[in-house]
Write a protein that binds this ligand. Structure first.
Ligand SMILES: *Cc1c(COP(=O)(O)O)cnc(C)c1O
Length: 383
């Protein structure tokens, strides 16, 4: 199952420091684990700092990262709107925050979705624009471009080559032709979301390329997408919002509207998934800690193939366990893919609480909850 190469230090899970308020709540939850705990006070402070770093840029939140209503309410004062990718997300945001501005993106919109009244419809292809002119409107649209620019260091790539997301310059030219001679769809500018997991200099380089393309094709407002890096290996590192904000301010021309739509980098840090150790065992020399719950609640490590950073709270029996040894932390599912972290050097005993950090984005809602029919976790909010 494992090869000797797996034991390299880089593969060890990162240790997380647990904020006191999360620790206190974890200890009080007792038998009510597994559970998600959302640190809304922490999210509020983080969103306020991001907002301050982007004074002249519109900030949307990409709802697919985590649509939890409490998170949306916390983010609302700091955001200009929300990026949604389905009719379901649009209805959800409309009911949680009536009147909220929305940008609607995504490569497969149905006619019913194209007929929705949103602030901006992000057009993904000439075919979609033809349908939008037929069924939608009047509506304000942005053309989503997929420019042929190299993307370096990305964890996921949506552009810079052949992908189903957005249009190449040929597709944009076709759309500009379709937009002439009709008045149901007003073109307001351009949208791009080329990659995820990029640092500020790389995102600024892409933003500059997108802006240049936009200016050559009639200008207007430009949404340069999300994709700000989050490091699960170094949880203390943060995307450099100040450098990004300064860079965008320098790129923005007079009177231009610039917009960003981060998801992960806004909400990843506020979420904690708390579990309890059921068993610690040694199999063919490797130590496994089996915890309640699993990747059917927190699929992020399985989806991204990474180790989820965690902290251990010594609440257990103090006997059955290991001290400062490499431990592979797994869940209750009967599949070898149910792994949270591989060979993390830690001290862990039966009954201890394991708190997985960075579980606030692409976590619960991307998980296959019904696989094996274990109970669902509780949800708790720290204000
Ligand atoms: C998913 C997505 C985002 C957010 O991406 P993050 O990596 O979470 O910041 C923004 N825009 C679009 C179009 C997306 O699909």
């Amino acid at each position: 199952m494992t090869t000797p190469g797996d034991a390299s230090p880089e593969l060890r899970a990162a240790h997380m420091d647990l904020p006191d308020r999360v620790r206190e709540r974890a200890e009080r939850l007792g038998e009510a684990l597994p559970a998600y705990v959302y640190d809304l006070a922490g999210l509020d402070a983080h969103a306020a700092a991001v907002r301050r770093a982007l004074p002249d840029v519109e900030l949307y939140y990409a709802v697919k990262a985590n649509p939890d209503p409490a998170l949306l309410h916390t983010l609302a004062p700091y955001t200009d709107g929300f990026e949604v990718s389905s009719g379901g997300e649009a209805a959800h945001v409309g009911s949680v925050l009536p009147g909220a501005r929305m940008g609607f993106g995504g490569p497969g919109k149905t006619d019913a979705e194209l007929a929705l009244h949103v602030h901006r419809m992000h057009v993904e292809s000439p075919g979609e624009l033809r349908r939008l002119i037929g069924v939608g409107g009047p509506v304000d649209a942005l053309l989503r471009v997929n420019l042929d620019v190299p993307v370096e260091g990305a964890s996921l790539t949506m552009g810079g080559g052949a992908t189903p997301f957005g249009m190449d310059p040929g597709g944009v030219a076709e759309c500009l032709g379709l937009l002439r001679g009709q008045n149901r769809v007003r073109s307001r500018g351009f949208h791009a979301h080329l990659a995820s997991g990029l640092d500020a200099p790389e995102l600024l380089r892409l933003a500059s390329a997108v802006l240049e393309f936009a200016r050559e094709h009639g200008g207007g407002e430009v949404n340069v997408g999300g994709g700000m890096a989050v490091s699960y290996r170094r949880p203390g590192e943060r995307f450099d919002w100040d450098a990004y904000g300064k860079g965008l301010a320098a790129l923005r021309g007079p009177g231009e509207t610039l917009r960003v739509e981060p998801g992960r980098a806004l909400t990843a840090y506020c979420g904690w998934y708390l579990t309890r150790v059921l068993d610690v065992k040694r199999v063919h020399g490797e130590v496994f800690a089996v915890v309640t719950g699993g990747t059917h609640h927190l699929r992020t490590p399985a989806a991204k193939g990474h180790d989820q950073p965690f902290a251990v709270l010594p609440t257990g029996d103090g006997t059955t366990g290991v001290s400062e040894e490499p431990v592979t932390v797994v869940g209750q599912l009967c599949t070898p893919k149910d792994v949270f972290a591989r060979r993390a050097v830690t001290t862990v005993r039966v009954g201890d609480i394991v708190a997985f950090g960075m579980a606030g984005a692409y976590a619960w809602t991307i998980s296959h909850h019904d696989f094996l029919m274990h109970p669902r976790p509780g949800f708790h909010y720290l204000t």
